[in-house]
Design a protein around this ligand. Sequence first.
Ligand SMILES: [Ca+2]
Ligand SMILES: [Ca+2]
Ligand SMILES: [Ca+2]
Length: 290
Amino acid sequence: MIKNLFIGAALVLLPYYIANATITLPWSTTFDCAEWTQCEGDPACTTVPPIDCDGVDTYLNTTTDNGSLEEIKAEGNNPIGVGKGQRHWYGDGFNDHSGGTAVTFSDGQTELWIRWYQRYPLGFTWEDIGYGNVPHYDKLMYMFSEGKQASVVLQLKYDEIGVWLVGSTSQNIVSANSSGWTSINGGSTGDGLFHYYEFHLKMDTNGTDGVLQVWVDGVDNLVVDRHDLDYGPQTSWFRLNIGSNNDAPYNQQDVPVDYDDIAISNTGYIGPLDSTPAHTSNISGSFTIQ
Ligand SMILES: [Ca+2]
Ligand SMILES: [Ca+2]
Ligand SMILES: [Ca+2]
């Protein structure tokens, strides 16, 4: 068991990273590449074998308490695309997760559109630790700025979706109309379906004009539309972690949360893969809570 001591509620120190690969924007992946398993055959997880997949990089060597490992597997594929998908494993409780992946940009970026699809297993449950059966937090992606500091957390928070702006006066920015977990899944538990997410982030120039827009399940469903944010002292973004920490799943077993069809642009809105609104089916590779 290796717990990630660096990313927690009090985020102060972060792991120094060395990028094995960089990506040039616009970029996308549907994980149409070989299967990969974090630390396969190495229970101590001392080394993470490199990923050979469109420039996707390894992230942490963290495993769940039960030893579940990050994977790129066919079972994680979004059926509207080809190839495989990234399986990020969640254990119950506080910050109990596999290691995630990352991409590193070849140049610092000040404006990004980040599109992806994500699926929670049918029946996925959050423990009510004072907020209801919704995430205390679920950090879907972590953006790193110059100086290699975490700067923006793309997250589900309570029953909202939005960001945590680390070191900024704007802090937690969320949707204002319960557009998070319950709305996305159509109830209090996971629906086993892939959903479309897109975040548009534009760095502020004066502490008051930063942009955050968030779409969920369709071009018409803009759930956050802010143009008045302070992104803090950061000036550009270099690296994006895909799959991070969360609190508090309650499934009595480790379960995979699948990411697929990730696209990143620095020139404009990306949009869903298909013209149909909302989510796609879970025809293949679903994981149902037993
Ligand atoms: Ca895929
Ligand atoms: Ca646990
Ligand atoms: Ca600023």
